[in-house]
Design a protein around this ligand. Structure first.
Ligand code: AP5
Length: 218
């Protein structure tokens, strides 16, 4: 593996998926989202999808062993050689240690961990207004990034849905899980001097400019 390896870290709704897609386009780096992979496994009715579904619907994390094996398989594919953006992984210290071991084995360390420091009010607003295309995975926001025609995906014309885990009570649970299990990774990566924080409250364009600036200085 060569190329730039990036982890996007941040609470649910911080904009990791949205900005990973743009960075992937502008910098030609592969985007790997554990949330997207798990949702496609659920849709396809695979064994992994069946085991993951109840955790995702209730806002809990899918067990580490399942997710680590899934990422290990993904990182063994040849298309990761030019680098990748990990969106939604790692999410626990165990997962971070497993990733470290995988990258050490291939002698390809992480380039940077970009932390989206985002306030709770912004998160709740973004998640409650998010609409997703179940077919092509494009995300919209009813006010910030509305589709051209209400409720319809600009790219593939499918009817947009609200994700099951974007209900207010599940958003609260996901935030709790983030603070308990994922936020400790900030300290983990600070110690390894790979962490850089960006202001996740910024709107799309200024945040994208900030991310591009961070990548330029690596
Ligand atoms: P996952 O799909 O990864 O969800 P998440 O981390 O909770 O993140 P989201 O997809 O909700 O938010 P995002 O930060 O990508 O924001 P987005 O760009 O969409 O995971 C789902 C579930 O899968 C987990 O709860 C867990 O169960 C399981 N899972 C996944 N990975 C796992 C792992 N490693 N271990 C265990 N379990 C795992 O943006 C949100 C909205 O805001 C959108 O509407 C967007 O249009 C808008 N927006 C984005 N950025 C901006 C901006 N800068 N300005 C204005 N609006 C913006």
């Amino acid at each position: 593996m060569t190329g730039l390896r990036i982890v996007l870290l941040g609470p649910p709704g911080a904009g990791k998926g949205t900005h990973a897609k743009v960075l992937s386009r502008t910098h030609g780096i592969l985007h790997i989202s554990t949330g997207d992979i798990l949702r496609s496994q659920i849709q396809a009715g695979t064994e992994l999808g069946k085991r993951a579904k109840s955790f995702i619907d209730s806002g809990k994390l899918v067990p580490d062993d399942l997710v680590v094996e899934m990422i290990q398989d993904r990182l063994n594919r040849p298309d990761v050689q030019k680098g990748f953006i990990l969106d939604g992984f790692p999410r626990t210290v165990e997962q971070a240690k497993a990733l470290e071991a995988m990258l050490e084995a291939s002698k390809t360390p992480l380039g940077v961990v970009l932390e989206f420091a985002t306030s709770e009010a912004v998160i709740v607003n973004r998640l409650s207004g998010r609409r997703a295309c179940p077919k092509c995975g494009t995300n919209y926001h009813i006010r910030n990034i509305p589709p051209k025609q209400e409720g319809i995906c600009d790219l593939c014309g499918s009817a947009l849905i609200q994700r099951k885990d974007d209900k207010p009570e599940t958003i609260r649970e996901r935030l709790k899980v983030y603070h308990e299990q994922t936020a400790p990774l900030i300290k983990f990566y600070k110690k390894r001097k790979t962490l850089r924080a960006v202001n996740g409250d910024l709107e799309i364009e200024p945040l994208q400019a900030e991310l591009a600036k961070q990548l330029q200085t690596l």
